[in-house]
Design a protein around this ligand. Structure first.
Ligand code: HEM
Length: 173
């Protein structure tokens, strides 16, 4: 295992440990009105996650035009890495931790709308994972995908967001 892979694995383990710690702390500490506060912070985390998930593929589209090794390309690499590590990854961890707490605290995990939302959120998380791979490919000047591909994948988080928000707010079934 390379040092790079070890660093990534440590980051994943730390992320999971933080998620578990937040969920455990919230399950133990239960002051009144907590549910609505947690829901508000969940929505704030969702907004941050989605802002990054909508902007990152736009950066990939522009990055495709930059010559590998050029100053512009190096600037895109820094923008992509910072957006991912400072905004997108922590926001996803917070969204999951708080969302799972809400689901188990209220018992809505049994509801049809929640289960459908859960499937769409898992798909969104898969797209997130794919974007992590794209950031690494660009960082190593190894991107092989055409600009058109990024223009298309750019729309996927938007479509998933429509479905997730409609299910969470309207709760149609
Ligand atoms: C990561 C996994 C997620 C889980 C487990 C989860 C779970 C939940 C739960 C249980 C609620 C409370 C529902 C209620 O009290 O009626 C909620 C609220 C909400 N969630 Fe999530 N959620 C997740 C991700 C997301 C994502 C990705 C979005 C948007 C793209 C989202 C948008 C919302 C909204 C807008 C509300 C407020 C609904 C309302 O009160 O009317 N959630 N979520």
């Amino acid at each position: 295992m390379t040092a790079n892979m070890r660093t990534r694995m440590v980051r994943v383990i730390v992320g999971l440990a933080i998620t578990a710690a937040i969920v455990a702390a919230l399950l133990i500490w239960r002051p009144s009105g907590l549910y609505l506060w947690v829901k508000a912070v969940h929505v704030i985390a969702v907004i941050s996650w989605m802002a990054g998930m909508l902007y990152l593929p736009r950066l990939f589209v522009y990055h495709c035009d930059a010559e590998p090794g050029s100053k512009q390309s190096e600037t895109f690499k820094v923008m992509e890495r910072r957006l991912l590590t400072i905004i997108i990854n922590p926001a996803m961890v917070a969204t999951w931790a708080l969302g799972l707490w809400l689901a188990f605290d209220s018992g809505v995990y049994k509801a049809g709308w929640f289960q459908a939302k859960f499937v769409l959120v898992v798909l969104l998380s898969g797209v997130h994972g794919f974007f992590v791979r794209c950031v690494r490919d660009f960082a190593a000047d190894q991107n092989q995908r055409p600009q058109k591909f990024y223009r298309l994948i750019n729309e996927v988080p938007t479509l998933l967001m429509f479905g997730i928000v409609l299910l969470a707010v309207v709760k149609p079934f």
